[in-house]
Design a binder for this molecule. Structure first.
Ligand SMILES: Nc1ncnc2c1ncn2[C@@H]1O[C@H](COP(=O)(O)OP(=O)(O)OP(=O)(O)O)[C@@H](O)[C@H]1O
Ligand SMILES: [Mg+2]
Length: 437
């Protein structure tokens, strides 16, 4: 039977190794990288389920097909439950066998490719890190390497969507803390009265509802890295406490007088220039100076337009597979439109636009007809706006542009945020700041 099966399978595009019993099979599994195992269920000494378990234990990527006799439906079910790819009921035709094994081989192959992709993503850090060939991005990459090894705080600055979170994760991934936690918290997304208990934890009875003590993120991130996103939104009392942690590494849980220590590396990100907030009294100068010792700045995309084609191609490759699209590149006209756009939402907005283009285009080349019309009409829009309202500053241009987009979407904030390529929380803050309610 074994010889016969080997002959049938030899017609497939695979190498067949035959084993006389479970012990020989284990030896082979030990030595070789086996893609698919075909084993009888009932055998003397060790049965097929043992072989199955052993094979899966050696490598989860090995698939197992079991041969079952009459009246062993239960074992077949059990086999599938314990991870067999499939089973064949005896008697079977050579073609059944070939088809089943062929499917198992294909499945295993796919699984392996996926696994390799994931592995290479893992070893290359978050996605592929910071993409771009401009001097600004080169220098950001170098600073990440230079700063990662030190345990000091790093300030990452740049407009929304410029890749501040990517940089923060790269710093963590390149530091000695890489195997410990990376915890990120967005200071703008948490109400002021909750953010301190979130970060520092609280003692039972610290406030109504605090029934049990709870550790904060500083304790959760112990040994690792804590990233405070949009630190520009940190309320004054939090700023004071952060300064203290930075200076001597100690803090208190809310409602507790017992100082605690946390071995945490602090990273901070801001999408608004801190010096402005310092001069308007919204941000502590001492905290700012403490943070800015190691600073990485990511300039907006419109100041490094050379990165636009590089990023666009990267996003295309990243999403084409996921969306099962055949697209391989952009037409010159489409690329020109992308390069001309000012990208207020930077990389995030570009990524969204490329995804939309992919979804709208069936072909191999993404053409200008899939470029969102706002992007093509933009130049006129700007001129129009400037003529009618003549804004004085960049802030006013932003306010006008947001107001216009909101109006076009009948006040729908989700849609507006999407078009502008910014977070809903970012839009919400901008609406508040510009008093556009
Ligand atoms: N240089 C870049 N390389 C690769 N991806 C980028 C780059 N710039 C932006 N992106 C993409 O844009 C998105 C936003 O990046 P990220 O979250 O790091 O921005 P951010 O600066 O933290 O923005 P925000 O201030 O809104 O939080 C990510 O999905 C990322 O894939
Ligand atoms: Mg961010």
């Amino acid at each position: 039977m074994r010889t016969l099966l080997a002959e049938v399978l030899a017609t497939l595009d695979a190498t067949v190794l035959a084993a006389r019993n479970a012990a020989v099979a284990s030896d082979i599994l030990e030595r070789e990288d086996v893609t698919v195992v075909l084993t009888d269920l009932r055998m003397p000494h060790a049965d097929g389920l043992r072989v199955l378990r052993y094979a899966k234990q050696r490598s989860a990527l090995t698939e197992v097909v079991l041969l079952t006799g009459h009246g062993t439906v239960e074992s077949a079910v059990e086999a599938l439950k314990s991870g067999a790819y499939d089973y064949l009921r005896k008697p079977f035709e050579p073609d059944d066998l070939r088809r089943t094994i062929e499917r198992a081989l294909q499945y295993a192959q796919l699984n392996r490719e996926n696994h390799e992709l994931r592995e290479s993503h893992r070893t290359h850090g978050e996605d592929d890190g910071l993409i771009g060939k401009s001097p600004a991005i080169d220098s950001a990459r170098e600073l990440v390497k230079a700063f990662a090894g030190y345990d000091c705080a790093v300030l990452v600055t740049g407009e929304s969507g410029t890749g501040k979170e990517i940089v923060s994760r790269m710093i963590h991934a390149n530091s000695r803390r890489r195997d410990k936690a990376f915890v990120a918290i967005n200071c703008a997304a948490i109400p002021d009265n909750l953010i301190e208990s979130e970060l520092f934890g609280y003692q039972a009875g610290a406030f109504t509802g605090a029934g049990r003590s709870k550790p904060g993120l500083f304790e959760v991130a112990d040994g690792g890295t804590l990233c405070l996103d949009e630190i520009n939104n940190a309320p004054a009392s939090l700023q004071a406490k952060l300064l203290r942690v930075l200076q001597d590494g100690s803090f208190f849980r809310m409602g507790s007088t017992e100082p605690r220590r946390a071995d945490v590396r602090l990273l901070a990100a801001t999408n608004r220039p801190l010096p402005e907030l310092v001069s308007s009294g919204q941000f502590r100068m001492d905290l700012y100076y403490r943070l800015k010792v190691l600073e990485i700045h990511l300039p907006p995309l419109r100041e490094r337009r050379g990165d636009i084609p590089v990023l666009a191609s990267y996003f295309l490759a990243k999403h084409a597979t996921r969306l099962a699209k055949a697209a391989r590149g952009f037409s010159t006209r489409a690329l020109t439109a992308l390069v001309r756009h000012d990208w207020p939402g930077n990389g995030r907005e570009l990524e969204n636009v490329v995804q939309r283009m992919l979804i709208l285009s069936p072909g191999e080349i993404l053409d200008v007809d899939s470029v969102p019309s706002e992007l093509l009409e933009e130049k006129e829009v700007r001129v129009h706006n400037l003529e009618h309202a003549s804004p004085q500053s960049l802030e006013e241009v932003e306010a006008h542009f947001i107001a216009k987009t909101l109006r076009e979407h009948h006040g729908n904030r989700a849609a507006t945020a999407d078009v502008l390529g910014i977070d809903k929380s970012t839009l919400w803050r901008k609406i508040k700041r510009h008093k556009l309610e």
